[in-house]
Write a protein that binds this ligand. Structure first.
Ligand SMILES: Cc1ncc(COP(=O)(O)O)c(C=O)c1O
Length: 383
């Protein structure tokens, strides 16, 4: 089997696993206990908090550990509902992940209004009217992904930041696909709230991070109440092995990011070159100049992506976000830009990473080409 679905989840880095191991059996203490077992766990948690903060360029006190990005985004909107009085406008692109969309809707107040943020055909947010749109009456929230999980497009963060700083708007960032792959200077950008998961950055599942900026005196009202752990921001006994794991994953990402990026870009160029040479009619979707280094989104006109996947059972590849069970509103959205009806059934996503070998890519390409050549439409694709 060859795994090429790194945007659904990544394999765990063996160094992350090694770091976590002692916290299951040996150092099993509760991080809130006032004795040596507890202190040992607490030290590990605080070290992880520092590792996460260092990767994001923020302070450790601004980091809250959660069960994953979904919980982080829910708790951010839960807090915003309690913090903001009067009318609120939430600006989101129509191609956000359900974890963001549903969190915002679920925790919205009566005076909340949802507005679509315009993008171009690559999913890149249009900047021209952004400042004006965010200004308006009442509170304004820009809630958006930083990197798109299906199109691979990276949002122009510095350009967005420049505009948002001229307004009073709050910035809620779904950083699930960006963190660990592309440098992120959260303070410089002025992001107010952010969430991501450990399992997308070679860390464990079931652990995530919420960042809450202290600069603008933001607070996190605990959505999960109980023992008031993490200074009341998120109750419940801390998942010490998971937290140690996400901390280590962030530390590794920090020193490996440029090496990973270089390697991933080589693979991207290899795939683009081979596909374009053999099947010139296949198109790559998303922003090709500003994209995740380990992501490609392929549109194979007239060929069903589920048929391709059914012919390639030895590969872990997907037609879109794992949470949308094969159907994603992103593909439907593309019709607005002149892509033909039915495109949603003709696209699939490839994601690779640190552990992917060149031999696996060669194998994928040869199998993919063989499968396409067995399709009745193959001659058209080859021209
Ligand atoms: C862009 C984006 N946001 C949020 C999530 C939710 O992450 P999790 O399921 O780890 O909570 C995902 C996961 O696929 C994602 O890709």
């Amino acid at each position: 089997m060859t795994y090429l679905d790194y945007h659904a989840t990544t394999p765990m880095d063996p160094d992350v696993f090694e770091e976590m191991k002692p916290y299951f059996m040996e150092h099993f203490g509760n991080a809130s206990s006032a004795h040596k077992y507890g202190w040992r766990a607490q030290i590990a948690v605080e070290q992880a908090r520092q590792q996460v903060a260092d990767l994001l360029g923020v302070l450790p006190v601004e980091i809250v550990f959660t069960s994953g990005a979904t919980e982080s985004l829910n708790s951010i909107f839960y807090s915003l509902k309690r913090a903001l009085f009067g009318s609120v406008r939430v600006h989101m692109t129509p191609i956000e992940h359900p974890a963001l969309v549903r969190s915002a809707h679920e925790h919205s107040g009566e005076d909340w209004k949802f507005c679509d943020l315009e993008t171009d055909s690559t999913g890149t947010i249009l900047l021209d009217d952004l400042e004006t749109v965010l200004k308006g009456d009442g509170h304004s929230i820009l809630a958006c992904h930083l990197a798109h999980s299906e199109l691979g497009t990276l949002q122009p963060l510095f350009e967005i930041s420049k505009r948002i700083k001229k307004t009073e708007a709050l910035w809620v960032a779904d950083a699930s696909q960006w963190v660990g792959k592309v440098p992120l200077d959260v303070k410089r950008l002025g992001i107010d709230y952010l969430g991501f998961s450990g399992h997308k950055i070679y860390g464990p599942k079931g652990v995530g991070v919420t960042y809450v900026s202290k600069d603008r005196m933001k607070v996190l009202h605990s959505m999960i109440v109980g023992g008031s752990q993490q200074d009341g921001a998120r109750s419940g006994t801390l998942n010490v092995p998971g937290i140690v794991g996400i901390g280590k994953a962030c530390e590794i990402a920090r020193y490996r990011m440029s090496k990973d990026e270089e390697y991933c870009l080589e693979i991207m160029n290899q795939i683009i070159h081979a596909v374009s040479k053999n099947f010139p009619r296949i198109q790559f979707l998303g922003n090709m100049d500003h994209r995740l280094p380990n992501h490609l989104c392929l549109w194979v006109p007239e060929v069903s992506s589920s048929w391709i996947l059914s012919q390639m059972k030895n590969f872990g590849i997907s037609t879109g976000s794992a949470c949308s069970l094969g159907y994603s509103p992103t593909w439907k959205y593309l019709e607005k830009f002149g892509y033909p009806k039915g495109i949603e059934n003709q696209v699939f996503r490839l994601g690779w990473g640190r552990m992917t070998t060149r031999a696996e890519i060669d194998y994928f390409l040869s199998e993919f080409f063989e499968v396409l050549r067995s399709h009745p439409f193959h001659q058209e694709l080859e021209q």
